[in-house]
Design a protein around this ligand. Structure first.
Ligand SMILES: *[C@@H]1O[C@H](CO)[C@@H](O)[C@H](O)[C@H]1NC(C)=O
Ligand SMILES: *[C@@H]1O[C@H](CO)[C@@H](O)[C@H](O)[C@H]1NC(C)=O
Ligand SMILES: *[C@@H]1O[C@H](CO)[C@@H](O)[C@H](O)[C@H]1NC(C)=O
Ligand SMILES: *[C@@H]1O[C@H](CO)[C@@H](O)[C@H](O)[C@H]1NC(C)=O
Ligand SMILES: *[C@@H]1O[C@H](CO)[C@@H](O)[C@H](O)[C@H]1NC(C)=O
Ligand SMILES: *[C@@H]1O[C@H](CO)[C@@H](O)[C@H](O)[C@H]1NC(C)=O
Length: 470
């Protein structure tokens, strides 16, 4: 009944109409036959993926340390806990090129402090005598970049001053991480926090508590749907918290593998970016069973939808009106999007209703996470050797998320730098030189705006339309 209600209400609010109902039964058939593309994340939970999962990643200790990894311990159905947990030594590992992290099992206590919250680890009685007291400062996000709030991790021994007494005990693991840094930028919000947070915590199925250092209200509010989907517990503003929270398992900082991505070989349950996107669909209540883009043939009177991301300053489309007109001419219904000014939940729905996302290289394109499988992602590459960034930051993640990727390379005449510096300046002729001088990034990333040549761009729009209709 619930499902039927969901179907009807979703149908009435989408553009798909009746034709889709038939499509739905086809999808349902595929779904029932176990087509992974159409599974919800919960179906994933039950699937094969889980069984063969490599679980090394989040556990920083080498497998030799007692042979226990955290995921084996936390598996919901496992009844037997090891009697004495062998502590990790060292409990902190700074050897990954991307992130620093600690993980402790046993007696771990979290004490919030204004600028440097502390996590204490007290080794078991059998080891405290011989243990060495140690202290680490851990950049508590997914990257070792300047400005990320550090958490102090203290591993005690019998000559250390005693750790504070517990005021609250919880028998789920805790995860400590920071929400400051570059998170004001949507791409970094995903690349530095949300994706690594998913990688680190999703396998606990909500049975994990988050202690956030340098707590940013706006961030927690903006992504409340994601947080609610990842934890069943109250989110603690760690630095202002005055409790001593005790856990048997604390993880410090987030496991990030690469730019906006997950390395399935190192992730619990072999998570990948496709599963991250499916998880987001679930979190934002976007119907998983409609995870196919619009098909023109399903409903001849409806045009496929394209969202154009409109940037405000740098890399802005000067002739957005002409681009929109050209896209409409080709056969799209165009929805302008200004993600920065919109409510995330609302915006996610809007993107979900589109068959294609178009925009110049920039953070707003991160909204591709709300597109459906096989939707088209068309990135306009600005002037100045930006191909690597376009590929690394967006095209590769888009492919991993199972979107279809198109690109448009502008010519010199299409950047405002052409007018500003002249066609013979190194800015136009020799981007490599500017990179060497060190002012390349400033000029190309901050100064240029774009005026697309509609004659040249139209064939790409036509190609996109063909893809959407396929
Ligand atoms: C925390 O840092 C701020 C800014 O650097 C400083 O003004 C404040 O005194 C610090 N608080 C403590 C308790 O050290
Ligand atoms: C505790 O650790 C400190 C620092 O590593 C060391 O100097 C001290 O000897 C240790 N105490 C004992 C009792 O082992
Ligand atoms: C965004 O919109 C949703 C639904 O319309 C609403 O429940 C939520 O409070 C809004 N969030 C913010 C931060 O305004
Ligand atoms: C853009 O131009 C670069 C350099 O000429 C080329 O390597 C790249 O493949 C082009 N990209 C597209 C999408 O045409
Ligand atoms: C970049 O730096 C070089 C060397 O300092 C300078 O000659 C050139 O004018 C600068 N170009 C721009 C566009 O700022
Ligand atoms: C726009 O592109 C077309 C096709 O490539 C080309 O013939 C034309 O010269 C370009 N217009 C401008 C103003 O650069």
């Amino acid at each position: 009944m619930k499902l039927a209600r969901k179907i009807t209400s979703t149908l009435t609010e989408t553009w798909l109409g009746l034709g889709l109902l038939l499509g739905f039964f086809l999808i349902l058939a595929l779904y029932l036959t176990g087509f992974p593309q159409f599974m919800s994340i919960d179906t994933y939970k039950l699937s094969e993926i889980e069984k063969g999962a490599s679980k090394e990643e989040v556990a920083l200790t080498p497998p030799s340390a007692g042979g226990e990894t955290e995921f084996q311990e936390e598996e919901p159905k496992k009844t037997e806990e090891p009697k004495e947990i062998v502590p990790m030594n060292p409990i902190c590992d700074f050897s990954d090129w991307r992130y620093d992290g600690c993980e402790m099992h046993g007696d771990a206590r979290a004490l919030g402090q204004e600028n440097n919250s502390i996590v204490y680890f007290i080794p078991p009685p059998s080891q405290i005598e011989t243990a060495e007291a140690q202290e680490w400062k851990v950049k508590s996000q997914s990257r070792k970049i300047v400005g990320i709030r550090e958490v102090i991790v203290k591993s005690l021994n019998s000559s250390s001053p005693p750790a504070p007494e517990c005021t609250i005990r919880k028998n789920v693991p805790a995860l400590v991480f920071a929400t400051n840094g570059l998170t004001f930028n949507l791409w970094h919000a995903f690349s530095d926090v949300l994706v690594p947070l998913f990688t680190t915590s999703r396998a606990y199925d909500g049975e994990i508590q988050f202690l956030i250092t340098d707590y940013q209200d706006w961030f927690v509010e903006k992504f409340d749907k994601v947080f609610k989907a990842l934890t069943n517990y109250e989110i603690i503003d760690f630095d202002t918290d005055r409790e001593v929270r005790c856990f048997e398992h604390i993880i410090v900082s987030l496991r990030g593998h690469k730019e906006f991505g997950i390395d399935p070989a190192r992730a619990p349950r072999n998570y990948d970016l496709f599963q991250f996107r499916m998880f987001l669909r679930d979190s934002y209540s976007l119907p998983f069973w409609l995870d196919i883009p619009y098909k023109v043939n399903n409903s001849p009177d409806k045009k496929p939808r394209m969202m154009i991301i409109l940037r405000g300053r740098s890399r802005k489309f000067e002739n957005a009106d002409e681009i929109i007109a050209a896209a409409e001419q080709v056969g799209f219904e165009v929805i302008p999007g200004k993600p920065e000014s919109e409510n995330m939940t609302e915006f996610a729905k809007k993107v979900d209703s589109c068959d294609m996302l178009l925009g110049a290289h920039g953070a707003g394109l991160t909204n591709m996470v709300f597109l459906r499988t096989n939707a088209v992602f068309l990135q306009v590459e600005p002037w100045g050797n930006m191909k690597w960034a376009c590929d690394l930051f967006f095209n590769e993640p888009a492919t991993e998320m199972r979107l279809r990727v198109l690109g448009y390379n502008i010519t010199a005449e299409e950047t405002s730098l052409y007018e500003k510096y002249g066609k013979d300046s190194p800015v136009i002729k020799d981007p490599d030189q500017l990179e060497k001088w060190g002012n390349g990034s400033l000029v190309y990333w901050q100064e240029q705006t774009l005026r697309l040549n509609i004659t040249r761009f139209t064939p790409v729009l036509e190609q996109a339309l063909q893809l959407v209709k396929e």
